[in-house]
Design a protein around this ligand. Structure first.
Ligand SMILES: Cc1cc2nc3c(=O)[nH]c(=O)nc-3n(C[C@H](O)[C@H](O)[C@H](O)COP(=O)(O)OP(=O)(O)OC[C@H]3O[C@@H](n4cnc5c(N)ncnc54)[C@H](O)[C@@H]3O)c2cc1C
Length: 383
């Protein structure tokens, strides 16, 4: 197995890294403190064309292969997990689903606008009473007599919910269970569609998270993504990509935290020498470095399987489980190395921990990943 990056992959990573350092990182802490949306970063993603990174070139996107996409996401995560989350949902969950499941007409309709960032996507699966078990979701899509669908229901914790132009919404079209669910591409300007922003999050404080209310939202027959009854399949396949993306981001957050702790440990002196010279501080740095490398390698393994057309759900769960828990460990070690200074907002350590923390919760909690991995290995479902 060759782990070297192609010239093109290196060039994309270098370009994104340079842009993130210039545009994203400088505002990240202020945006976090003020719960301020990173508008300049989003504008920049549009101007540079990064906003369409993994969308097919025939639709005006960058056509990035899975590993290049992961490098892009890692660099964004390293700069600001808020900006990264906007892109993971837009590209990984929504544009990716349209590319995989859409008709030619749906692709022609949405992807060119998503490639320029004129339209952003959000992904509406979670409901107030159904998070880890989406097969029980209750939002409904009723067939209208003249054709098309009428949607009703509530979705919560939806990233990009108030800024998206298209919402990929999973709703019930048939009986109970997974096979009664279908997926819809809902234009968010439809009458009856409301997004209520959610404030007061522990982390990811500057990106948009919203509750979606669908109150008799009418869409045409062309809104159905995939076949009727395939909605959970659409959602779960999107989450495979989402989990790869979150793992990549966690490698980025971990890398940033690692660099911060190395930098601080080299300059802070206690007992007459830099704290980097104390063995127990080096232990925290060494363990963190291993966590970051392992996160990255597990992520690259997912990207490799995907690029070769192999199944990657299990690998994506493993990468997500490890990298998310590792990023929390590394960010926590970053605070520890900074001592009391890690606990205040003058340094980024606390933000890294708060931003990392949500990753063990969304797109399948760590417990759900353990159950998925356990089921794949034993053949027995423990859900
Ligand atoms: C900032 C943020 C952004 C989000 N963005 C989106 C988004 O864009 N789109 C979207 O659809 N959703 C989004 N979510 C929702 C997220 O995916 C859910 O919060 C997550 O799936 C968990 O669901 P829940 O919160 O209802 O927790 P619950 O499902 O109620 O779980 C609570 C606890 O019980 C555990 N648990 C549940 N079932 C089992 C079981 N069978 N075995 C063992 N343990 C179990 C869980 O692991 C967890 O520890 C977001 C959430 C947050 C916080």
């Amino acid at each position: 197995m060759d782990l070297s990056l192609s010239d093109e992959q290196q060039a994309v990573r270098a370009a994104v890294r340079e842009w993130v350092a210039a545009v994203v990182t400088p505002d990240a802490m202020r945006n976090d403190r003020e719960e301020r949306f990173p508008q300049e970063a989003l504008d920049g993603l549009r101007q540079t064309g990064f906003v369409g990174m993994s969308i097919g070139q025939q639709y005006g996107g960058g056509g990035a292969d899975p590993l290049t996409y992961c490098l892009f996401i890692e660099e964004l995560g390293r700069g600001d997990a808020n900006v990264r989350s906007i892109m993971s949902v837009h590209l990984g969950l929504v544009a990716g689903s349209i590319q995989r499941w859409g008709t030619e007409a749906q692709k022609d309709d949405w992807l060119p606008r998503m490639a320029t960032g004129q339209v952003l996507g959000c992904f509406g699966l979670t409901e107030p009473d159904h998070g880890s078990n989406p097969a029980a979701l209750r939002a409904t899509a009723e067939a209208r007599p003249g054709g098309g669908w009428r949607l009703n229901g509530r979705k919560v914790f939806i990233t990009n919910g108030s800024i998206a132009g298209v919402a990929l919404v999973m709703a019930r079209t048939g009986g109970p269970g997974a096979k009664g669910i279908s997926a819809f591409l809902v234009p968010t300007d439809r009458s009856g569609f409301t997004a209520n922003p959610i404030h007061g999050k522990l982390g990811l404080r500057s990106c948009d998270t919203a509750e979606l209310v669908l109150d008799d939202v009418e869409v045409g027959p062309d809104a159905l993504l995939g076949q009727e009854g395939e909605g959970l399949k659409v959602a779960l396949s999107a989450l495979d990509d989402g989990r790869m993306s979150i793992a990549a981001s966690c490698a980025g957050v971990g890398q940033a935290a690692l660099e911060a702790m190395i930098g601080y440990a080299g300059s802070r002196e206690q007992f007459g020498k830099a704290i980097a010279g104390h063995q127990l501080v080096q232990q925290m740095i060494a363990d963190s470095a291993v966590d970051v490398d392992a996160s990255r390698l597990l992520t690259w393994a997912v990207a490799d399987l995907k690029a070769r057309g192999e199944r990657y759900s299990l690998a994506a769960s493993k990468a997500k489980l490890f990298a998310t828990e590792a990023s929390v460990r590394v960010a926590n070690a970053c605070i520890q190395v900074h001592g009391g200074y890690g606990y205040v907002e003058d340094y980024p350590a606390a933000k890294y921990l708060r931003d990392a923390r949500v990753t063990t919760l969304y797109e399948g909690t760590s417990q759900i990943q353990q159950l998925l991995i356990g089921r794949a290995l034993t053949g027995v479902s423990a859900f």
